[in-house]
Design a protein around this ligand. Structure first.
Ligand SMILES: Nc1nc2c(ncn2[C@@H]2O[C@H](COP(=O)(O)OP(=O)(O)OP(=O)(O)O)[C@@H](O)[C@H]2O)c(=O)[nH]1
Ligand SMILES: [Mg+2]
Length: 481
């Protein structure tokens, strides 16, 4: 019997051991062609969604209620370290969701088994571990097809969930704002929808009678099968959520457009989850956004005003963190939130330098940047947590990334340098003006200070003579003087 409360070291030793053991395990099992993308995912895993699908809105506050879990991963490529990092991340995700991790297993395979994700021999071993530890749930480190989840569950005899469901669950737990909740719910429902197909058989059997005849009977209305009714209700619900999100988005869009019209540059703080984004925003702008050693602590963007050393106004935005294989349902649903990143003038891409594989983090984050149309925005890499990072790793990143800086939000190390880099990367106002502003128009003088770059300023009897560079909108206003 394993100790349910073993610590980090034991867990790590265990991971290493299981990876080694798995490395020479049943290579002979040849997986067949992977099931189609559209066929992946598992409806049956989600609590609160009864077979009858009584209430679609149950998805909103649903929790998987995973308590004592065993993790299992399939290691298909890369090094042992990469496979272990992946499982360690799954452990952090599981813990963030509130579960206790009892054990972790990795199997080396070319591809996940199309029937049971891990090979059939490994399934027996996994069942033994589940019995020995008293686990109530198995979490797989990937996206599984409905039939994979079903078959695994039949053999292991406890609940089996995949990584996507786990991440959606964390988002559901952390969503605070109305908009955030609606976005998460939309993501959850779109995760469920394709899973209805894989579920069709058992669903039809349960409703029995004519529905069991499935599409054969066909037709809408009274002849409609249960699964079709459910699909339609889910689609209606999704449409309603999309409308709600679009409405809530309007006020944030208006504010952003207002800032843009006033030529106020935007800096987005983006990066992997738990890199220290909220901590950095707090330090840079004296704010108190929630900071937590947990994944996806922040879901709602926070915009804060700041000024450059020469008095120009700009904004910092803290936003939702990214993760490897961020479920696409979340990217879709959080589109309006992610516009805070794709609409920025400069991205401060924060990296946790103390993470086991910061390069992998950088790669995963850039993948999301590309997906949301932020791939071409000026990017500053800030390697955070320098207080606890191996200096060689930091040096490595600094060498490979030309626009990069080492910082520690905690100790303050490197922050001044980062601020200087941000200021110098901000878009510069590009219209050069020479003007005389009467003393009655102090508002314009302030505007030039806040939005422009002063080249010279002189107080004359008739008013303030200013030579400056300003944005086009302000230049127009000044022309009217
Ligand atoms: N040692 C050290 N820890 C830090 C530093 N900066 C942040 N942290 C810690 O890292 C953890 C995550 O910080 P957050 O600011 O919440 O990170 P985040 O990127 O906003 O995370 P999410 O919102 O969850 O994506 C917290 O426990 C912080 O105290 C640092 O410079 N050094
Ligand atoms: Mg945060």
């Amino acid at each position: 019997m394993r100790d349910a409360n073993f610590g980090q070291d034991e867990f790590e030793a265990l991971l290493a051991e299981s990876a080694r053991a798995a490395a020479d395990f049943d290579e002979s099992e040849r997986p067949e062609i992977q099931s189609e993308l559209a066929d992946r995912h598992a409806l049956r895993r989600v609590r609160g969604f009864s077979t009858e699908l009584q209430d679609i809105s149950e998805a909103e506050y649903r929790q998987l209620q995973l308590e004592r879990v065993v993790l299992v991963g399939v290691w298909t490529e890369g090094t042992v370290e990469m496979a272990e990092n992946s499982l360690a991340e799954l452990k952090a995700l599981a813990e963030t969701a509130g579960s206790e991790v009892l054990d972790g297993l990795i199997q080396r395979r070319d591809k996940p088994d199309p029937a049971t994700y891990i090979g059939s021999g490994k399934v027996v071993q996994l069942r033994e571990v589940v019995v020995a530890t008293g686990a109530d749930t198995v979490i797989c480190d990937g996206e599984l097809s409905p039939s994979q989840l079903r078959q695994l569950e039949e053999k292991i005899k406890v609940k089996v969930v995949d990584r996507t469901a786990l991440i959606l669950d964390i988002f559901a737990q952390h969503a605070k704002s109305k908009e955030g909740k609606a976005q998460v719910e939309l993501a959850q429902i779109s995760y469920l929808l394709p899973r209805l197909r894989g579920w069709g058989d058992s669903l039809s059997r349960q409703v029995g009678g004519r529905a069991a005849g499935g599409a054969g009977i066909g037709g809408r209305g009274p002849g409609e099968t249960k699964i079709e009714t459910d699909r339609r209700r889910i689609r209606d619900k999704m449409a309603k959520l999309r409308r709600e999100i679009a409405q809530m988005k309007v006020s944030r869009d208006t504010k952003r457009q207002e800032r843009r019209r006033h030529g106020i540059p935007a800096v987005a703080i983006a990066g992997y989850t738990n890199a220290g984004k909220s901590s950095l925003l707090n330090r840079l702008t004296n704010s108190d956004v929630l900071v937590e050693n947990a994944l996806f602590a922040t879901l709602d963007p926070t915009v804060r005003k700041s000024t450059t050393s020469d008095g120009r106004i700009f904004t910092y935005t803290d936003t939702v963190g990214f993760v490897r294989h961020l479920p696409h349902q979340l990217i879709d649903a959080f589109k309006s939130t992610l516009e805070e990143v794709s609409g920025a003038d400069v991205i401060v891409h924060l990296v946790d330098g103390s993470h086991a594989d910061p390069f992998e983090q950088i790669r995963a984050v850039r993948e999301v940047f590309a997906e949301i149309g932020a791939g071409d925005i000026r990017e500053i890499i800030a390697i955070n947590k320098a207080d606890v990072t191996n200096p060689e790793v930091v040096m490595d990143i600094l060498r490979q990334e030309p626009n990069s800086f080492a910082i520690s939000v905690k100790s303050g190390f490197g922050i001044a340098g980062l601020i200087a880099a941000i200021e110098s990367d901000l878009p510069r106002p590009n219209v050069e003006i020479t003007t005389l502003v009467p003393y009655s128009r102090g508002d314009l003088v302030s505007a030039i200070h806040e939005r422009g770059e002063i080249l010279s300023e002189e107080y004359l009897p008739e008013g303030t003579a200013i030579h400056a560079r300003v944005d086009g909108a302000l230049a127009k206003e000044l022309e009217l003087l």
